[in-house]
Design a protein around this ligand. Sequence first.
Ligand SMILES: [Mg+2]
Ligand SMILES: [Zn+2]
Length: 229
Amino acid sequence: MSTRPKPQKARARTGASARGPRPGVSAVFLDRDGTITEEMGYINHLDRTQVYPWAAEAIRKLNRAERPVIVVTNQSGVARGVFTEDLLHEVHRKIAFELAAQEAKLDAIYYCPHHPDGRIEAYRVKCLCRKPATGMVMDAARRFRIDLASSYVIGDSYRDMQLGFNAGARTILVMTGYGRGEYEHQRHRWDRLPDRIAEDLLAAVEIVLGEGARRGPVPRRRVAASRDL
Ligand SMILES: [Mg+2]
Ligand SMILES: [Zn+2]
């Protein structure tokens, strides 16, 4: 499922050629909690949503570089009956409003409200969208004509990195939210390390834009088997 406030055409693509199909655009997929907003556990009230002070600048830089910015977030609190989908929409409106006040814009927000053990029957399902499954990314890739191999997944948990591996995208782990703790105490259990580590979302975006400037041929990545922590 996804929040689709305004249907939009995909942004301008570079490298379009009359000789062949237009290449897809390089997007940036962002986790929400611990990446854009403070990791606060279940966000069961609007007051618990705190956008990091550097998030708007980071997202604005991506907007200006014409990279689609797409949030992909697991919100199993809906399935668990901790909060409703309506509240989730309110939270997303609040985040969008705060970012807009600083001239930053999310192109789309995709969320997974499901959980296989959820208390609310309508959401109790083993779905294809709960990260590290790639349903949300694949939906966005079709909608925005995204080239996944040159796109990034940025998040604060290994599950986000697994999403990136599964989608064949590049991965950056941020040290905000659960990031530092997972990196320092869990990484010996990881099958594969993130491509890059960044202090926070702004630092991660600097990496994305720096690599974009000198982007060459992108090596094909193997797709790692997904595994829950
Ligand atoms: Mg997170
Ligand atoms: Zn789902």
